[in-house]
Design a protein around this ligand. Sequence first.
Ligand SMILES: [Mg+2]
Length: 243
Amino acid sequence: MAKNLIGKKPTVVFDFDNTLFDAMQLKFLFRAIAQANGFSDEQSRAFYSAARNEQDGIIAITLARYVDEVRRRCQVEGRNIDEIATGAVVGEIQKKGAGLLLSGARELLEFCQQKKLNYYLLSLGVRDWQLEKMRWVKIDKIFSDKNTVFTVKENGGKAEALRALFGADFTGKNTVLFNDRADESAELLLAFNDLVVFLRRDTRDERSSGEKVMANLRADYEDRIVIADGLLELLKIFKKYVS
Ligand SMILES: [Mg+2]
């Protein structure tokens, strides 16, 4: 485990989607828009994939963009989108917004504030859309322009953003990243030799949470990775390290 953190006051970087914010649940809610318009579960997934990227490697998904995709698919079938049913689901999503902060996120952020750690948000996605989600879960006062960095580049965007924050010679020294994706974490651990990652494993994310993926990550980065299924568990471990 992360011995070099013991007794330190590390800088903390939080990934946003699916680390602090329940992006997985939001994805399911998006699909309900397609389903309310008579599309199957499979179609609703395909629409998400279609709406997710503007072009290869550039994240573009927003609620409006998903609705547009459903509207377009309705037109392909020679009908109009059901504005009332769609509006009802969109309303549900907005109402649900505040509940999309992941369990333990509030406690984790409060702990960082109490300990007066420097903390940052690393947000992958369209700026305005990311800001809207931040407002939903009321972390828009905790993260401002000073400590938030946005990127839309799916591959390598986070490494670039970390260098933009901390300088081209950043090695990850005395820095902890809270993240969810195993593949992305592996890339960042490789790019930054001193970085420590606390990984929130989400078993709903089939791409990124398998036993083998976790075992490989542990084997490759024994001293620099901590893995748990929830933020509260990660916080408990984090508290043992931070002075
Ligand atoms: Mg994430």
